[in-house]
Design a protein around this ligand. Sequence first.
Ligand SMILES: C[S@@+](CC[C@H](N)C(=O)[O-])C[C@H]1O[C@@H](n2cnc3c(N)ncnc32)[C@H](O)[C@@H]1O
Length: 197
Amino acid sequence: MISPLSLLDQLLIPKGSRVVDIGFGSSKELLALSNIVGDAGVVYGIERSRSRVKRVEVELGVANVRLFAGDAIRMPLLVDSVDMVSFKGVLHEVKQIEEALLEAKRICYKGGRIIIVDFSSFPMTWLKQSNLRWCLRHPWKILGSPPDLHAGFGREQIHSFLEKAGLRVERYEESVAQGGFYGHPVPMFSATSIVYK
Ligand SMILES: C[S@@+](CC[C@H](N)C(=O)[O-])C[C@H]1O[C@@H](n2cnc3c(N)ncnc32)[C@H](O)[C@@H]1O
């Protein structure tokens, strides 16, 4: 995916923050966030793949990170309990985007931030090809949905998803990093929303 550190630096996350990393995938970003929020802060990692959660649990070894196996649309966190929710490289895999954003808004306190970093739009044929390869590798899953569901997102799409969840884009930046979708270079965007309640 993309370098987590350079982007995290830009977010200026204060020490003591409570942040959620949805679809963390590996320990890399969690460790960087753990360092940024410090001992007074907490990082909650939500990941739908149980095997990834187990692997990262073994690797981590830091006290201020708590991991949960679960889905972005139903997080085991209280209303108004966190300062920032990050969807980095995950939304293109999420079927119920609006529900996931509403859930992020629920757990985020007033004035908190929701950050989306993902692929900008890319050709649908790349998505179809990668899904076909995935189905050939996992023929027993042929009736389920493949992991990648969206061929990236255009600016208007992201605005519309956030608007439907009662959020608005505070800051939108294109080409914040260069991502790769199965060998194809794809620029990535970041969108930041402040939660008003
Ligand atoms: C492409 S990886 C990105 C990993 C990491 N955030 C990064 O940027 O390198 C997407 C991750 O999101 C997880 N994921 C996909 N849909 C999810 C959902 N609905 N809820 C929680 N995690 C999800 C996947 O299991 C995968 O680990």
